[in-house]
Write a protein that binds this ligand. Structure first.
Ligand SMILES: [Zn+2]
Ligand SMILES: [Zn+2]
Length: 264
């Protein structure tokens, strides 16, 4: 029996399009065994059109916890996708300890005051090699904080297809090594396929580095509507197997367990 999980979905509590219930229905239809909510929260507040206002967090957590209690047919997990923003550690620390989360996804969307993912404008006229270096360094710094269980879309900076000139294998090596040292998992995020990038995060050419460092992995959709729950997962599992993975991580109460990798 295949044990599938999807730990990264967005509902109306952040910038997702539908109520949490609809994602559970979609997950059940696919035969997933776990569905985890990870609505997006920015410790500095952030634009309300894509970040959960902090005062909605109790309502969100109680909603997901109620669904968790009500469902015997699927494990419902309470997660959160939190921005890593240096200088807001106190807020993040308070938030992650305020509810019984099953896992916390740590994501870098911001370099300075600007987001790397909203539009290609961010990249125009800039030194792309330097942007990549800064982005990878910030993700490694995020991994070192101990706040996060899963590093979200670790090379999101690829989203608009601006590529560095230099070979960047060393950046992926540095990242895999940082994840290993700080004992965090990362996600193979399939949503990049729906973006200008048309590919998963992280770049599959470097997945073997994460496998060699023994970094635990999970496959996530980053779905913003229920139709995308579990999207492209069999392809994701196959890529991980080819990179040398035999296990994947599951989470409960911020503890990590390893189970055999799914797929054919
Ligand atoms: Zn994200
Ligand atoms: Zn997300």
């Amino acid at each position: 029996m295949i044990y599938g999980t999807d730990y990264h979905v967005h509902t109306i509590y952040s910038d997702g399009k539908r109520e949490p219930e609809t994602y559970i229905e979609a997950a059940l239809k696919l035969g997933l065994r776990e569905i985890g909510f990870s609505d997006h929260l920015n410790p500095a507040g952030g634009p309300p059109d894509w970040c959960m206002p902090h005062d909605r967090l109790p309502q969100y957590a109680e909603h997901v916890l109620r669904l968790k209690r009500d469902h015997k047919d699927i494990a419902v997990r309470l997660g959160l996708e939190i921005d890593y923003l240096p200088g807001t550690e106190g807020v993040t620390d308070r938030i992650i300890n305020s509810f019984p989360f099953d896992y916390i996804v740590g994501s870098v969307h911001y370099l300075g005051d600007e987001t790397v993912d909203l539009g290609p404008e961010f990249y125009i006229g800039k030194d792309i090699d330097l942007i990549y270096e800064n982005y990878f360094n910030l993700v490694c710094e995020a991994a070192s904080t101990g706040f996060f269980d899963i590093m979200g879309h670790p090379d999101l900076v690829r989203i608009h297809r601006y590529r560095p000139v230099a070979d960047i294998t060393h950046l992926y090596s540095m990242m895999a090594s940082a994840f290993e040292i700080h004992d965090v998992a990362f996600e193979l995020n399939t949503n990049g396929r729906n973006k200008p990038l048309r590919d998963f995060y992280p770049d599959s050419h470097y997945l073997h580095l994460f496998a060699e460092h023994g970094v635990p992995v999970t496959v996530n959709s980053d779905a913003h509507f229920p139709e995308r729950v579990g999207q492209f997962f069999s392809e994701g599992y196959d890529l991980l197997k080819r990179a040398g993975y035999r296990e994947m991580a599951v989470f409960s109460g911020r503890e990590r367990f390893m189970i055999p990798l799914q797929g054919r």
